[in-house]
Design a protein around this ligand. Sequence first.
Ligand SMILES: [Zn+2]
Length: 246
Amino acid sequence: MNQQPRREALLWVLGGLATLAGGCASRRASGEPLVSGGNSESGEGIHADAPASSARGEELLREWRERGTGHAASPMSGVIPRSAWTREGTIERLANPLGRVNRITVHHDGMNAFTSTREADSRQRLEQIRRGHVGQGWADIGYHFAVDPAGRIFEGRPLRFQGAHVKDNNENNVGVLVLGNFMETRPTGSALTTLDGFLSNLMSRFGVPLGRVYTHQELKATACPGTHLQRYMVETRSRTGRLARA
Ligand SMILES: [Zn+2]
């Protein structure tokens, strides 16, 4: 059964309601800019709080390689299963299969600034985002994975389902959320270290080239993933960047 046209139509309609709920995906339809908290960039280096070592990311990468493939495998090594933060499953009749992964897109949630390193706070925020997305008529939280300020990785929408994170560009696209609002604050060093390792890991696992690792605003008019994370993503993918060298 092909639910794609109906699904697309539904998302199109729901886009108009989207600004009512939190989450970056809620802003994707209109491209409505995020409200800035008034933080100036003040010439701060994005790496100022990044640790020198990417040991955690490299460890994750090695673990995934050793455990081999298995597209639908979940929970995955190094990834906290969704059962840790929600009792709800994906509403499967609203979801499409993801199919073969050939691109990855990075997001922020665009809600209030978030810097807590408590796992309970991250779990609560994920559930808040999921409820917002399901409240718009979606199958589940829109993203496949989320990285928190302490560098934890959480499973979001199961990888066997297509995500809902870039309007008209969800096919074959893995959505990776970094919790926080990076118009307002910079991502933590721990989050960035984990993000690089995890992206490298996904690229390796699915054969996605660096040129197909995007940010939301590179595919659609949106402020996501925020000025600070956007700047970091440009840097880490550059020739001498950490992701490019991973
Ligand atoms: Zn986004």
